[in-house]
Design a protein around this ligand. Structure first.
Ligand SMILES: [Fe+2]
Ligand SMILES: [Fe+2]
Length: 418
């Protein structure tokens, strides 16, 4: 964490030396204008309709929480899924008698299960509908719900109109090396194996999407007349992401016992905003300065905890390179703001909107099961969220603070602080 912080801060000082000669501007410090966002709920359902029956002949459903890694992971698709929650935790009403709060409570009960590593959160799709209960056993209550999905994407996502695009996972030997036998595999139960394989396959789809993201970013850099070193760094980063995707799918395949890889990813509309400077800046702040900085920090925290030497080496390589991608993101945004100072208010607003309350990752401690999974590179959402929040406050805010301060103070102060 400290190394990453120092790297990012030093690169901002260097960028200030190069950039201040171009266009020094006067502005305030981000700390004075950071605002709070009250609603941390990661998903919502709205415009929901409730129907009395929903089982039709020939229809097949995916159960959620998912059963293993074969979950359909396309974030751009709307899906009809079965959401099951324990009877003891939910009020198993007929769908016709449910309101939005009942649906939320049901999904929360399902997502809160210790048995799953949720791949994503349902979010407002505008056409959501609920019917059921479709399964009403003594133990659980299930509804059919149509939702679209979004992901807590690790690293730099490939986004189109604000939506992350990910490939689905399929059986494939095109994106992985030979499988290996991770240390401690024989001590894991079936559920742990599925969860770990799913998490690494999910990470593989994120890395795979990052290849498309950097391809798009390179096109954007060209359209902006960016300097050589930024184009070169982005090209190198794209190659890193290909390697990351391959390594993640290799680990996933080793735990799954079968070769896994990505299906195609939709790139429709991917270059729609390639000439839009404001959209490019916003994407770089959210995806790189924030997204990759937080991802790099979490990966750096997790890497030394891997018990298998090969997994740990891969993890360390990925976390180090993700740190350099985060650095590229900050350098790019700094260059954009030196050359286009009229965009500084846009940049400040992005950081303000992304603000989240600090929260100690250690408040809850770790369960035995979480420790086991951590040893295999799998982290569950609540802990990851807490680590990301900590990194937001120890990395993103100081970097944004320094970047805006350097823009304000110009070349002389930057010299003085090096
Ligand atoms: Fe990556
Ligand atoms: Fe990356």
């Amino acid at each position: 964490m400290q190394d990453l912080r120092n790297t990012l801060l030093r690169s901002l000082y260097k960028g200030a030396l190069a950039g201040a000669a171009l266009s020094p501007v006067m502005m305030g410090c981000i700390n004075e204008s950071v605002t709070e966002q009250g609603n941390n709920k990661p998903w919502t359902l709205n415009k929901t309709t409730y129907t009395s029956s929903c089982l039709e002949d020939g229809e097949s459903y995916t159960e959620y929480p998912h059963e293993g890694w074969e979950y359909n992971m396309s974030s751009s698709d709307q899906q009809t899924i079965i959401v099951c929650a324990p009877q003891s935790q939910v009020n198993c009403k007929h769908a016709m008698n449910m309101d939005a709060a009942d649906v939320e409570a049901h999904i929360t009960a399902a997502l809160g299960s210790d048995d799953a590593c949720p791949p994503s959160y349902p979010y407002a799709d505008g056409d959501g509908n609920v019917c059921g209960p479709v399964v009403d056993s003594d133990e659980e209550c299930c509804y059919r719900i149509t939702v679209a999905f979004t992901f807590c994407v690790e690293g730099r996502p490939f986004t189109v109109d604000g939506m992350a695009r990910l490939a689905r996972v399929k059986e494939s030997d095109g994106w992985c090396d030979e499988a290996f036998m991770p240390t401690g595999l024989d001590l894991l139960n079936e559920k742990h194996l599925r969860e770990i394989a799913f998490k690494w396959a999910e990470a593989g789809t994120h890395e795979h999407a990052s290849v498309a993201s950097f391809a798009k970013f390179i096109m954007e850099l060209m359209s902006l007349g960016a300097p050589l070193h930024l184009v070169q760094s982005a090209t190198n980063a794209m190659h890193d992401e290909i390697r990351h995707a391959r390594d993640c799918f290799t680990i996933a395949s080793s735990y799954a016992g079968k070769k896994l890889g990505p299906d195609k990813v939709s790139v429709d509309g991917g270059l729609a905003h390639v000439q839009d400077e404001e959209a490019i800046l916003k994407a770089a702040i959210y995806e790189a300065c924030i997204g990759e900085t937080l991802a790099a920090s979490v990966a750096q925290w997790m890497a030394p905890k891997a018990i298998d030497d090969h997994v740990r080496e891969i993890f360390e390589q990925i976390s180090m390179e993700e740190g350099s991608h985060a650095q590229l993101g900050w350098e790019f945004v700094q260059w954009m703001l030196y050359t286009r100072p009229h965009l500084i208010p846009v940049a400040k607003a992005c950081f303000e909107e992304s603000y989240e309350e600090p929260c100690s990752p250690w408040a809850q401690g770790l369960t035995r099961e979480e420790r086991i999974l951590l040893g295999h590179g799998c982290i569950r959402e609540p802990l990851e969220d807490l680590l990301r929040r900590r990194a937001y406050h120890t990395l993103v805010i100081p970097c944004a603070d320094l970047m805006f301060s350097l823009l304000d103070s110009g070349l002389n102060d930057a010299h003085a602080q090096i």
